[in-house]
Design a protein around this ligand. Structure first.
Ligand code: CMP
Length: 139
């Protein structure tokens, strides 16, 4: 089925001017960027977005990282879009990522891992509406 997934190009990647290179991996994977904006997350937004991780040991550092610079939030659409994006992103820890993935080619470490992608249809819908209204989405 055609699915939408929420992507974030993270501060470690925007800082190194990798937005276009990452977008080329996304498009080569058959995903269409149907909404996109460059923003700076507030601390409240970062804490809310990653709320499921708030009990994790890395939560504070994660929030500090996500507010440390611009991010590019995107809505991607394609056949099996959630899995397709997870495949081209590669493993969370770039040390474990397969060759040819975004994280293998660009990420620095498990925190500075260049991109986020939704993990399931339910979270994709919640994450999409966190950043985009219907008029911003052009499928
Ligand atoms: P992401 O897929 O956006 O989901 C949670 C994020 O927390 C993850 O990518 C990393 O940026 C960050 N993170 C930092 N340390 C860890 C860790 N040990 N395990 C998983 N995620 C981590």
């Amino acid at each position: 089925a055609v699915e939408r997934t929420l992507s974030i190009i993270k501060p470690d990647a925007t800082e190194r001017n990798l937005t276009g290179k990452i977008n080329s991996y996304i498009e080569a994977a058959g995903l269409r960027i149907i909404a996109q904006k460059r923003i700076r997350l507030t601390r409240d937004q970062a804490e809310a977005f990653y709320g499921v991780h708030k009990e994790r040991s890395f939560f504070g550092e994660l929030v500090d990282f996500m507010v440390s610079g611009p991010v590019v939030v995107q809505l991607l659409e394609g056949e099996n879009g959630i899995a397709a994006y997870r495949e081209v992103m590669g493993a969370t820890n770039p040390a474990n990522a397969d060759a040819g993935t975004i994280r293998k080619d660009f990420a620095i470490d498990v925190q500075n891992n260049s991109v986020h992608g939704s993990d399931a249809p339910e979270t994709a819908a919640v994450e999409a509406s966190f950043f985009f209204s219907e008029i911003e989405i052009v499928g």
